[in-house]
Write a protein that binds this ligand. Structure first.
Ligand SMILES: Cc1ncc(COP(=O)(O)O)c(C=O)c1O
Length: 393
């Protein structure tokens, strides 16, 4: 470390060095250093990837398919993706130049932001939200502008607030419904209202659809399918959540040729191509994985009901999420801050939840509890939650 003292120039990129670390990671590290913790913290399926999908990855290795694919991704996978989006989301994309396979939605999001952001461009997103949005915008020299969602509004968009946030510098709006961390969704009227604003103010819409199969009251079309929206939408999706494939690291972006082409340039230089065997597995997921996905969704739905009931029984008011696999109960009645609640619950009862503030300042007064864990774990965590909340009264 002493060597660093001899370095006289500013070593680090200022706009990155000043970014905070993820508030989720901080909690994982604490929980990981304790034994016998029940984790409602991690936002990933507890299911192992379905057998037929794993087998496709094994087959691809055994058949020696170990080289790079096209930069855009396997053509056969892109064809399946476009078929899937047309059938289930009402969006038509050409596999040749309107679809790019990425390393998870994480990479797709990074590429989308970098491809459209000029310094000083304002990008509107909804808070509480996935931890990456705010920092990714800053990393691309854009200006994040948060529109807050609230429990009173079922954690959906407040169109009047969005209108107030739009300025001549606004470049894009990011949507993620069903939402991580709240489970809030959009109805068709709200989706149409966002589309109208986007058209009126000439905005791009980035729609992160990663939880869109995991909706419990019927699936809506994508905003990209609404009239006039295809040319201004970047649709991001992937396999991590609905197909329980987080470790495969496959996602995709579909959109207009100029934007996908620009995203492709970054991807080509930074990544080359997504992992080959994982692309074969993803193709199998789309071809034959639906029954497994539907089974998992039904299990999540049952766990959601159990979790919401249990939280309310414990004395925490809990909104009934319509999608994804998170509950976002209010802990305001306990008088504790989100961080203190999460810390004390972990220390005293060995259950990990994430403070709502990890997802934006307006998450204060809430914690995120992921129900992608076994029913036994949920029941035990709820039992401990009841004791904990009672002890605070
Ligand atoms: C809203 C949202 N978008 C994107 C991601 C990243 O997913 P992937 O595993 O596809 O990179 C996550 C992961 O938790 C997420 O919650």
């Amino acid at each position: 470390m002493n060597d660093l003292k001899t370095f006289r120039k500013e070593r680090l990129a200022r706009h990155i060095a000043t970014l905070p670390k993820s508030g989720i990671r901080e909690f994982f590290e604490l929980a990981n250093n304790m034994t016998d913790v029940i984790s409602l913290g991690v936002g990933e399926p507890d299911f192992v990837t379905p057998k037929l999908i794993r087998q496709a990855a094994i087959d691809s290795l055994e058949q020696g398919r170990t080289s790079y694919t096209s930069n855009l991704g396997l053509y056969s996978l892109r064809k399946e993706i476009c078929k899937y989006l047309e059938k289930d989301y009402g969006c038509y994309y050409r596999p040749d130049d309107e679809c790019l396979v990425t390393v998870g939605v994480s990479e797709a999001f990074d590429l989308a932001i970098r491809a459209i952001t000029n310094p000083g461009d304002e990008i509107i997103y909804f808070e509480p939200c996935f931890v990456s949005y705010n920092v990714e915008i800053k990393m691309a020299h854009g200006i994040p502008v948060a529109s807050q969602t609230s429990e009173e509004n079922e954690f959906s968009v407040d169109i009047e607030d969005v209108k107030k946030k739009i300025t001549p510098k606004t470049k894009a709006i990011i949507l993620n419904f069903p939402c991580n961390p709240t489970g809030g969704t959009l109805n068709l009227a709200q989706m149409q209202a966002i589309a109208e604003l986007a058209i009126e103010h000439d905005l791009i819409v980035i729609t992160d659809e990663i939880y869109s199969e995991l909706t419990y009251e019927g699936q809506l079309p994508s905003i990209a399918s609404l009239p006039g929206m295809k040319e201004r939408c970047i649709l991001l999706h992937g396999f991590s959540k609905a197909f329980a494939m987080t470790g495969f690291r496959i996602g995709y972006a579909c959109g207009p040729i100029d934007i996908i082409g620009t995203m492709m340039k970054i991807h080509q230089y930074a990544i080359m191509s997504a992992p080959t065997l994982a692309q074969y597995a993803a193709e199998e997921a789309l071809k034959n994985g639906r029954p497994e996905m539907e089974k998992m969704r039904e299990t999540y739905r049952q766990r959601r009901d159990l979790m919401v009931q249990g939280m309310n029984d414990a004395g925490l008011h809990c909104f009934m999420p319509k999608g994804a696999f998170y509950t976002f109960p209010s802990i305001k009645s306990t008088g504790l801050s989100s961080k203190d609640f999460a810390m004390k619950f972990l220390e005293q009862h060995k259950v990990a939840v994430i403070p709502g503030t990890a997802f934006g300042a307006c998450g204060e007064g809430y914690v995120r509890c992921c129900y992608a864990t076994s029913t036994e774990n949920i029941q035990e965590a709820l039992r401990r939650m009841k004791i904990f909340v009672k002890s605070l009264k």
